[in-house]
Ligand binder design. Structure first.
Ligand code: CUA
Length: 191
């Protein structure tokens, strides 16, 4: 056992050196993480959601953009397409969504009851649909095809039966359908 004052002085030096080393490492880690946040934010435009859109789930069926006649695909005046989807236990309305290829599509979805999942297979569309909020996502489909749209958030006993379809059709065929339907009707592929 050492009681030599020079010894305790030396061990205090060692402790101070070790502490400084750890502190430097921690500061470096924090700086690295901040740099990563700045880099991903600027380079990939990855941001936390900045815009929250709320809606009253109680009155969805009565008024506003999610009334039944307004659900489905609508051709906008700028040539893009807006698809409004309502999720409820245990189905999506419309059951079959029709969209064109090569046109920017905006999906707007909300739930009338509990949290549901919105996922379009073979695409990167994947989101939660929550009561009280409008989920918005944009995409463009390159080629025609049929995609499944299963609910992927457990929402109750009928969850596994909650499906819809997304049918991507040729742009010209879609425009023809839209012209026939006129402005007042929303398109869907529900027979
Ligand atoms: Cu809706 Cu699971």
């Amino acid at each position: 056992m050492s009681t030599n004052p020079t010894d305790s002085h030396a061990s205090a030096d060692v402790a101070a050196r070790v502490e400084r080393r750890w502190a430097t490492l921690m500061v470096a880690l924090v700086l690295l993480l901040v740099a990563m946040v700045v880099f991903t934010g600027l380079h990939w435009a990855m941001m936390p959601p900045s815009r929250v859109e709320t809606i009253d789930p109680e009155t969805l069926h009565v008024s506003g953009e999610f009334v039944e006649t307004n659900l489905g695909s609508a051709l906008e005046s700028d040539g893009s397409v807006t698809v409004r989807v309502l999720a409820q236990q245990y189905s999506f309305t419309p059951q079959c969504i029709v969209v064109p290829t090569g046109v920017p599509i905006t999906f707007r979805a909300t739930s009338a009851d509990v949290v549901h999942g919105f996922l379009v297979t073979d695409t990167n569309l994947n989101s939660m649909v929550e009561p009280g909020y409008v989920s918005t996502f944009r995409t463009t489909f390159d080629k025609p095809g049929d995609h499944l749209m299963p609910c992927h958030e457990y929402c109750g006993t009928g969850h596994q039966g909650m499906w819809a379809h997304v049918k991507v059709i040729d742009r010209d065929a879609f425009m023809q359908l839209a012209n026939q339907a006129g402005n007042s009707r929303r398109l869907s592929c529900v027979k």
